[in-house]
Design a protein around this ligand. Structure first.
Ligand SMILES: Cc1ncc(COP(=O)(O)O)c(C=O)c1O
Length: 390
């Protein structure tokens, strides 16, 4: 019998030679924004747990209560028999938190983006996608079957030209990250809304890295810029500042009802485990009632950015908030820098193509409210030793 996939070892070796092969290892989460890898304690600057809620004792206690009540799995998709009271409570909590009529849950943020876009546009329509949008937005655009127009990152003139050309399309949907996950910058959301208004398009924004971090109430970058009511669809994830798992859309009842009927990853996947819903409700309550967590996060961001500026370490000029990218160029250099930082007690992600464009491999620092001053000082000292200053 022929060996299946005989090409794979060669292709994997080619990835290895290019410095692009992904390797996995086990990370044990510890309190206070730390973790353990291979028996070593490190500060974790590679997680999206921006508010330190993933291991918060009260969030964990809420999860325990739900496990005792409902077990671990949902047992069916939401529309069949998987939607418990815990799911309904989370939907209500999200709708309230976002100031919307209703909300719908998805198994992941990825599924929320893919499912929502594909439920809103099809081959009669045109979708406009920033080149640096998250893979889930790009995949949603592709899967929808709509004509796909990719515009250079934040280039509004190109977008305007493409919108002009798509005047005959039935519908036009502009899709953007709110906060770009690998660059930490905010999209020109107000300008996107202005263009959408001119060309009768709708705007869909992914607040994955905005929720809990930006805005007075922690609703995200759209809230911060005062344009939340101009954005037709805001997609969120529960897996980052909310510290759990899953995705959601909060919006008008008709949009949510439409997604209940048409968003395939939601219809055809098992519902989120009730335990996740209970934990997410507790986490959202913290975001609502303890804005000081967000304040701590921003203090941490200011501290690190100030220190790095003093050291003349070049962080991407447009990045704001907890995602701080430091470009190093080629993939091997990024991995080597990551290893050196680890030797100095700090876990920082090395990000390589295809996650980012060729030639822009980088260290991606992500900060949390859980980090204390000693963690931040250790990070800055490690970066001073590892990152070369131009
Ligand atoms: C911008 C953005 N959108 C969506 C996602 C997907 O979210 P999830 O991890 O919940 O599937 C991510 C996660 O990496 C992200 O960075």
């Amino acid at each position: 019998m022929p060996t299946p996939f005989r090409w794979m070892p060669d292709e994997l070796a080619a990835l290895e030679r290019a410095g692009l092969r992904r390797n996995r290892r086990e990370v044990r989460p510890l309190p206070d924004g730390a973790c353990e890898i291979d028996g070593r304690r490190l500060w974790n600057f590679a997680s999206n747990d921006y508010l330190g809620l993933a291991g918060d004792p009260q969030v964990v206690a809420a999860a325990h209560a739900a496990i005792a009540d409902a077990g671990v799995g949902a047992r069916a998709s939401a529309l069949v028999a998987g939607r418990t009271e815990w799911h309904a409570w989370l939907e209500q909590a999200l709708a309230r938190f976002e100031g919307q009529e209703a909300a719908i849950l998805f198994p992941t943020g990825y599924a929320a983006n893919v499912g929502t876009i594909a439920a809103l546009v099809d081959e009669n329509d045109t979708v406009f996608c920033d080149r640096l949008n998250h893979a889930s937005l790009i995949d949603g655009c592709r899967l929808s079957g709509a004509k796909l127009r990719v515009f250079r990152h934040s280039e509004l003139e190109t977008l305007e030209r493409e919108l002009h050309k798509a005047a005959d399309s039935r519908r036009r949907l502009i899709v953007s990250d709110a906060v770009f996950s690998m660059d930490g910058n905010i999209a020109p959301l107000r300008e996107l809304c202005d263009l959408a208004a001119r060309f009768e398009a709708d705007v869909l924004v992914d607040e994955a890295h905005g929720t809990g971090v930006f805005g007075e109430r922690g609703r995200g970058a759209c809230e911060q810029l005062g344009i939340a009511d101009r954005v037709a669809v805001r997609v969120g994830t529960l897996s980052k500042a909310i510290g759990t798992l899953g995705g959601f859309v909060a919006g008008p009842q008709s949009l949510i009802d439409w997604l209940w009927n048409k968003a395939r990853p939601q219809v055809f996947s098992t519902a989120l485990p009730p335990v996740i819903c209970a934990a997410a409700v507790a986490a959202i309550e913290f975001i609502r009632s303890e804005p000081e967590r967000r304040k701590n996060l921003w203090n941490n961001c200011e501290f690190v950015r100030r220190e790095l500026a003093q050291l003349k370490i070049d962080v991407s000029a447009n990045s704001v908030g907890p995602i701080i990218p430091i470009r190093v160029g080629d993939p091997d250099a990024a991995v080597a820098a990551q290893q050196k930082l680890e030797e100095r007690g700090c876990l920082v992600a090395a990000i390589r193509p295809p996650t980012v464009p060729q030639g822009t491999s980088r260290l991606r620092i992500s900060l949390s409210a859980a980090h204390d001053e000693s963690a931040l000082k250790q990070l800055v000292a490690a970066l001073q030793e590892v990152v070369s200053v131009p």
